[in-house]
Design a protein around this ligand. Structure first.
Ligand SMILES: [Zn+2]
Length: 463
């Protein structure tokens, strides 16, 4: 028995000696949310949910996760989300008030240094954005570059200074430095277009030969950065620019001037294909281009060509099914199509199809809201009330998504909504995919006689 005991203790010691002897491989993530907008906090790695925790009556929550790799994660408290950097052994507490989500977010505990720094950089960047786009970008290229360079240097120096007080790990430093650098590169990418607009030049300004020097430092194959927001935002912009520049160089000036969406987006597919080997980033960029293009309402014939090209270049893309579904959904929402087969319930619990609800000659306008987004509900209800006065011949029908049925009834009651025009469904996926409702914005669907009149209407702009 004694032997056995020794073996266990010894192997336990050995196991804890690998690399960082005293480090606990687990993470703790918890905190308090003031004015919660939903019942949960969910932690993600990329687009994969790892864990969720329910808020208690005081808005506090906590979750412990075993042995995950160091890197970027993100958490959501619907409808908001923010990313964070975690390392094994971290014990991170957040405190935030949803009334000013980002501005109020503070981290405490082991791991606070890097996360508070990222948050400061994020808020600083929000404040600088307008100045750079509107004032700096009006300057000539060399002066613009000097301004941006000194901004970059100042931030880097500040981080170095903090490093002396509270050293960050190498991984954390990389994420912080990349945040600063790629935001900077983002503005370099945008300069020619913004400058042309501000100076009212007809053509792009000639740039000094070394203006794009930073492009040789761009990482196209670094999985640590894939989910870093400033890096991803830069990458999308950069791909679009490379596509535009490549087109200008290689294609007919008629095509370039014509801003043909299919043509330009096929250039984007080609650029991603040739430039980005990192699989997750590549998949995400293909998805971003596809979604943006498909939601622009081109013709069926053009969609056909685009999809063939995409499927050729991105045959194993993990978002391909979703992209194909979107394309199919858009086709089914073209005017005169039968309404997709979707069902809702009324206050009495009867199930009705959308085609039933819009079965007569009167135009029915479907709009969408969800329980956790009360501010949005207030805005949209106000808009609907004024439209009802302007368009008394239309029927406006609210459909509640992503909300418990009892909670829906409560809200309809307490916000004075007309129960005869309010319906509920548990089928968020179905509505999201078939009616292309991804977030509850002002998107609406107008139907008549069971058929689509306008599948991409908007309560603010279509009336
Ligand atoms: Zn072209």
């Amino acid at each position: 028995m004694r032997h056995f005991y020794h073996v266990i203790v010894l192997s336990g010691l050995l196991a804890s000696c690998g690399g960082h002897p005293s480090e606990d491989p687990s993470f703790y993530f918890g905190g308090q949310i003031v004015n919660p907008t939903s019942d949960y906090v969910v932690l993600y790695k990329g687009d994969q949910a790892l864990d969720s925790a329910r808020l208690d009556a005081n808005g506090t929550f906590g979750m412990r996760l075993d042995s995950l790799p160091s890197g970027l994660y993100n958490f959501s408290h619907r409808p908001e989300f923010q990313y964070l950097y975690l390392e094994p052994g971290d014990s991170l507490q957040i405190r935030l008030n949803t009334v000013a989500f980002d501005e109020s977010l503070v981290y405490a505990g082991k791991g606070e240094g890097v996360n508070n720094t990222l948050m400061d950089l994020f808020l600083e960047a929000e404040a600088e954005d307008q100045v750079i786009r509107e004032s700096f970008a009006a300057l000539e290229p060399a002066a613009f570059r000097t301004r941006l360079d000194s901004l970059l240097q100042r931030k880097m120096q500040r981080v170095e200074g903090m490093q002396a007080e509270e050293p960050l790990s190498e991984g954390a430093r990389k994420v912080v430095a990349s945040t600063i650098r790629y935001r900077n590169y983002f503005y370099r990418e945008g300069y020619p277009v913004w400058h042309r607009r501000l100076s009212e030049d007809r053509t792009l300004h000639p740039l000094p030969g070394d203006f794009y020097d930073y492009r040789k430092d761009i990482a196209y194959n670094d999985s640590d950065l894939t989910f870093l927001r400033p890096y991803y935002d830069f990458m999308k912009f950069h791909i679009a620019n490379m596509a535009y520049m490549g087109c200008k160089k290689a294609c007919d000036s008629d095509v370039v001037q014509g801003r043909n969406a299919l043509h330009f987006n096929r250039h984007q597919l080609a650029i991603i294909d040739s430039l980005v080997p990192q699989q997750v980033l590549r998949d995400n960029l293909f998805r971003a281009v596809a979604f943006e293009y498909l939601l622009k309402h081109d013709t069926e014939a053009h969609f056909e060509i685009f999809m063939e090209d995409l499927e050729l270049r991105a045959a194993r893309n993990r978002h391909l099914g979703e992209i194909q579904e979107l394309r199919e959904g858009i086709r089914n929402l073209r005017p005169n199509r039968e309404l997709p087969e979707l069902y809702v319930q009324n206050q009495e619990g009867d199930t009705l199809s959308l085609a039933n609800l819009a079965g007569n000659n009167r135009q029915t306008v479907f709009y969408f809201w969800s329980g956790p987004e009360i501010r949005h509900l207030r805005n949209i209800s106000q808009r609907v009330r004024s439209l009802q006065v302007q368009y008394p011949q239309h029927r406006f029908v609210g459909i509640c998504l992503r909300t418990e049925k009892d909670r829906w009834k409560e809200i309809v009651d307490s916000y004075g909504l007309d129960p005869a025009n309010q319906y509920w469904t548990s089928d968020f996926q179905g509505f999201a995919h078939k009616l292309i409702v991804y977030n509850s914005s002002f998107k609406s669907v107008i139907a008549q006689n069971g058929r689509v009149v306008d599948g991409f209407a908007n309560l603010n702009s279509s009336f």
